[in-house]
Write a protein that binds this ligand. Structure first.
Ligand code: HMG
Ligand code: MG
Length: 296
């Protein structure tokens, strides 16, 4: 039985790493990455002790061609018991596809910026909330955990700085709707500890810190500092990407999410357990880099 809740978030010596490389990292790659390579990457990750892996997205293949093989990837991966294999689902159609493919949890994804919401999912923030309601209802009926992202927690690539209370408002709405966790996305990697702390102070006044995850892109080179600042404020779940895969479509050539290996090393150095075998992770990181380098 897969637990609905996070790993022991009351234990301050434990942090949950949520691996997003196969989805957030690979979705930005131009040119199709072979399904077999995606599967190999996920299988290597399944061998590391990581407990949650975001495998792919069930989005429109016209919008994100790289994720067009979502069903095939899910069907081909080896499943390790106790790992939750997750997928992004922007609407009911995506949710049904994910459930059929055997996802263990799904994620809706909203944004704290109107323009980003329009550009990313082709609707306003208010419309996105209406679109997510039936997804959450269907998931509840299936006993499927739903996570939610809030993008642009610090900055929108189109509108600039985002107000912390707008992030808090949306996070609270998604928790009230039934999401078990909110992943706070620094989409453009513009955050620095000062702005991250200001944003988190606002969000934690609306949502318990145990329900929050940090999703820091490393575009500005401060992702690890932002994770440290978030740890100090009590966050215990962080999204990372194997080998730092990915990039920001709004900043060509930029690095991707905080690299899993870098974050695990940081946490180990602080005496915090992640349950991840660093040597096995290294094998996955080497393969992730080969995938990336093979394409440069
Ligand atoms: P739309 O065009 O407004 O949707 O797109 P629609 O409902 O009008 O449908 C248009 C067509 O798409 C139809 O097909 C639908 O069937 C199809 P047609 O009749 O033209 O042949 N369609 C779908 N096909 C497969 N799966 C689906 C699906 N839905 C519709 N689920 C939509 C709206 C949301 C679908 C589109 O905008 C979309 O797919 N967007 C996804 C964008 C995306 O994946 N962005 C990256 C992920 S978010 C992110 O990276 C940020 C994050 O990492 C956090 C952070 O860093 O901030 C999470
Ligand atoms: Mg992201």
């Amino acid at each position: 039985m897969i637990s609905q809740s996070n790993p022991d978030l009351t234990n301050t010596d434990q942090v949950c790493i949520f691996e997003v490389g196969p989805r957030d990292g690979l979705q930005n790659e131009t040119g199709f990455i072979e399904t077999a390579d995606k599967v190999r990457l996920i299988d290597l990750l399944s061998n590391t002790g990581i407990s949650r892996i975001e495998v792919t997205s069930f989005v429109s293949p016209k919008w994100v061609p790289q994720m067009a093989d979502a069903k095939d990837v899910f069907e081909a991966i080896g499943r390790t018991p106790n790992i939750r294999y997750a997928a992004l689902t922007p609407n009911l159609k995506g949710y049904r596809r994910a459930r059929e493919a055997g996802a263990n949890e799904v994620a809706i994804f909203g944004a704290a910026s109107e323009t980003f919401s329009q550009k990313n999912i082709n609707c306003s923030i208010a419309e996105s909330i209406e679109r997510f309601k039936p997804v959450i209802e269907a998931a509840k009926a299936d006993d499927m955990p739903v996570r939610s992202y809030v993008s642009c927690i610090i900055e929108c690539p189109f509108e600039g700085a985002v107000a912390p209370d707008q992030v808090a408002r949306l996070a609270e709405i998604f928790i009230t709707m039934g999401c078990y966790e909110i992943s706070l996305g620094d989409t453009t990697g513009a955050g620095v500890p000062e702005t991250v702390i200001e944003m988190l102070n606002s969000v934690t006044s609306a949502v318990p810190v145990s329900r929050l995850a940090g999703h820091f892109h490393d575009t500005g080179g401060r992702a690890v500092d932002n994770i440290k600042a978030s740890l100090d404020l009590g966050l215990r779940t962080f999204d990372t990407s194997v080998g730092g895969l990915g990039g920001c479509p709004y900043a060509p050539g930029s690095p991707g999410n905080a690299a899993t290996g870098k974050v695990v090393n940081l946490l180990n150095g602080l005496g915090i357990d992640t349950g991840i075998d660093i040597e096995k992770l290294n094998e996955a990181e080497i393969f992730a880099r080969q995938l990336k380098e093979g394409r440069q």
